[in-house]
Design a binder for this molecule. Structure first.
Ligand code: PRX
Length: 653
């Protein structure tokens, strides 16, 4: 069976799903979003967004035009408006009398805790802003942030936003090489890092990766600010390295936020695409903040006076940007931030935290849900989870079984589950049920949010009828849309706007069911989704080929019960290289070094040949069949039909 047929089958099974969960009357009665919001958005058009922008944010200068799309696909939202992100996330809550409300409950992996009220967090951000300015960082400069999940990560991002510096957060799981290429691409002036963090009960280091990244001359970094987190010894370079506690703690807590243009760059976040080099996705201020606040409030039914929100994502990913740093704080939310892994020191850690902090809204990824499902119902059953009232999922399609488990075991069979579809590029949620309104279906993200225009189209760009599948597209510009790829406007047009006329192509396959609800079917390009993390097959192939023992490599994402997909690599060695266990370990480590541990292939298979068409294109579809243990599909277009047999033989060895 071919891969497409196989997917088709899985799809049919999914669409047999007919369980439906209407919101309870009590929930609906007090819900933030009322059903009329859909009609309002439709009738108001872009003015709907103007209203959201004015209601949700405090502008220094009001904007004069909601959307300028004259230079499409380069959008300008809220033209003429000026706004400061940090002021909106912090100072204004203090000015409005909510300074004593908790902004962040921090729980470290070893169990140390810190609490920041809005007043305290504002003060910390002002100090950090002064400290960064004293290092010569000013508006428009880029700052690389390589930090674990500690409050200083949020403080750093907001301090940058406050002074108009552009943050570029690099996930702590990326390697020194990956960090350096991101520093170089953005020409970062400052790096903010920590000595390390705690991982699975042990100190783990970060600073050595920064040292390694900056070893080679020719970079643009003039200072490295280091947070002391785990106290492990670090190498120190005088004139470059500075302790956070030396420069931030002593800085003045007076700092006036200057408003920035609505289109001033807020951050760059690198993400994998279909080619080898990660793309620096650029987001700007007014539109991103508006949609972050709007989605956070409506999708999670946020009641800032009483909710405790917990998004488990790391700030190294877009989810951590929009639903840890920006959305929650803009809305004056109390949130939990947890540094560590879910099974340290025991598999009930998350539920212990939910009980301890009375978390009412939980937002996590299907891979985590499936892992906890595997650990067993008895673990969450030991804790009081009665505070939970809304459950969110993000990052990859959620299978109906995991959805049902999430609702039943974590949500006491009543908390609505919102499956939110979006991307680094979209900046904020685009497709999701609204709790209190939508009758939810396990496994479907269902409906575009009010104000968002999503469709599923065929090869020719025609909208498909209900019951059919195709490509997910976005038809109208949206406020938090990416404004481009850092330094590469052509690649921006080419990647997202060339596949279909006047539509944004997301790279995802999707299907409309009989009711017109949307089911996401995974990527249709060479992007893989491993535990909700985006990785490119080409990027890993390039990493493999950069090793002297490798002649050629092909990488596929193979279906995996827990992580969604797993990286499987097929390599041809160079003549002199020996095929043994050592080479597999060497190559896995090499990928870890080039990209980061998350990209290490689960399996590497040394093969004599790769299946190629007569024009030399690798048929990854066939390799995927092998990797997923299926019978190999139609191989009639192969240049050499015996190749697949050879691969199957090396597989058996
Ligand atoms: O394939 C889709 C998948 O994750 C991709 C975006 O990855 P990234 O930019 O890293 O952002 C992840 C967090 C927003 C999408 O192209 N994806 C994300 N959310 C969902 C999803 N697939 C199905 N259902 C979702 N809810």
């Amino acid at each position: 069976m071919s891969n497409e047929e196989h997917q088709g089958d899985a799809l049919e099974n999914l669409l047999q799903e007919n369980r439906k969960f209407p919101p309870s009357e009590e929930f609906a009665a007090t819900a933030v979003a009322k059903p009329a919001i859909y009609d309002e958005a439709k009738s108001e058009g872009t003015e709907f967004w103007a209203r959201q922008a004015r209601e949700l944010l405090t502008w220094d200068t009001d904007f004069t035009q909601t959307l300028d799309w004259s230079d499409a696909p380069f959008a300008k939202w809220f033209v003429g408006g000026t706004v400061n992100a940090a002021y909106n996330a912090l100072d204004r809550h203090v000015e409005q009398g909510n300074g004593d409300r908790v902004a962040i409950y921090f729980e470290g992996e070893p169990g140390d805790t810190r609490t920041y009220t809005y007043a305290q967090l504002t003060e910390e951000v002002k100090k950090a802003a002064n400290a960064f300015e004293s290092l010569g960082v000013s508006k428009g400069d880029r700052v690389a942030v390589y930090l674990p999940m500690i409050p200083e990560a949020v403080i750093t991002m907001l301090a940058c936003a406050r002074i108009g510096a552009v943050h570029s957060v690099v996930f702590g799981g990326f390697s020194a090489d990956a960090l350096r290429s991101r520093i170089d691409d953005a020409e970062a002036k400052l790096v903010v890092t920590s000595d390390g963090t705690y991982r699975r009960g042990k100190p783990s280091s970060l600073k050595p990766a920064v040292d390694q990244a900056l070893k080679k001359e020719g970079h643009t970094v003039t200072s490295v600010v280091v947070v002391k987190r785990n106290g492990e010894p670090v190498e120190w370079q005088d004139g470059l390295d500075l302790w956070w506690h030396d420069i931030v703690d002593s800085a003045s807590a007076e700092h006036t936020a200057v408003a920035h243009d609505a289109e001033h760059p807020l951050f760059i976040l690198y993400t994998s695409g279909t080619t080898g080099k990660p793309k620096g996705i650029l987001h700007t201020t007014g539109g991103y903040l508006t949609q972050s606040a709007y989605t956070h409030k409506n999708v999670f039914d946020l009641k800032p006076e009483k909710d405790v929100f917990w998004c488990t994502a790391d700030i190294g990913w877009v989810t951590g940007h929009t639903y840890v740093t920006y959305g929650p704080l803009l809305n004056g939310t109390t949130q939990l931030m947890y540094e560590g892994t879910p099974d340290t020191p025991h598999q009930g850690r998350w539920w212990e935290l939910v009980e301890k902090y009375k978390v009412s809204i939980l937002y996590t990824a299907p891979t985590a849900i499936r892992t906890m499902m595997k650990w067993g119902d008895e673990i969450p059953a030991k804790y009081d989870l009665s505070s939970i009232r809304v459950l969110g999922s993000v990052g990859e399609p959620i299978n109906p079984e995991a959805w049902m488990w999430y609702r039943r075991v974590i949500g006491a069979d009543k908390a609505p589950v919102v499956d939110t579809w979006w991307q680094t590029e979209t900046g904020a949620t685009m497709i999701s049920p609204l709790p209190g309104i939508t009758v939810t279906k396990p496994g479907s993200a269902q409906v575009p949010l009010p104000g968002i225009s999503v469709d599923v189209v065929d090869e020719m760009g025609q909208s498909v009828p209900n019951g059919s599948g195709g490509y997910l597209v976005i038809r109208e510009p949206w406020p938090s849309m990416l404004r481009g790829i850092w330094g590469d406007p052509e690649r921006f047009k080419e990647t997202y706007w060339s596949r279909f006329d006047n539509m944004y192509f997301a790279g995802d396959g999707a299907k409309k069911d009989a009711d017109g609800d949307i089911w996401l079917m995974g990527r249709v390009d060479d992007v893989m989704n491993i535990s909700g993390h985006r990785l490119s097959t080409t990027e890993i192939e390039s990493a493999l080929v950069s090793h002297p023992s490798v002649a050629e490599a092909a990488v596929v994402g193979a279906r995996d019960e827990t992580t969604g997909e797993a990286v499987v690599a097929f390599v041809i060695l160079r003549g002199s290289a020996k095929s043994d266990d050592d080479i597999v370990t060497t190559l896995r480590n090499h990928v870890g070094q080039e990209i980061g541990p998350i990209a290490k292939p689960r399996h590497i298979l040394v093969v004599p040949e790769l299946p190629k068409t007569r024009s030399g294109k690798i048929m990854r579809r066939l390799l995927k069949d092998v990797a997923e243990g299926r019978e190999v599909g139609d191989a009639s277009t192969l240049a050499d039909a015996t190749v697949m047999q050879q691969i199957a033989t090396s597989m058996r060895k």
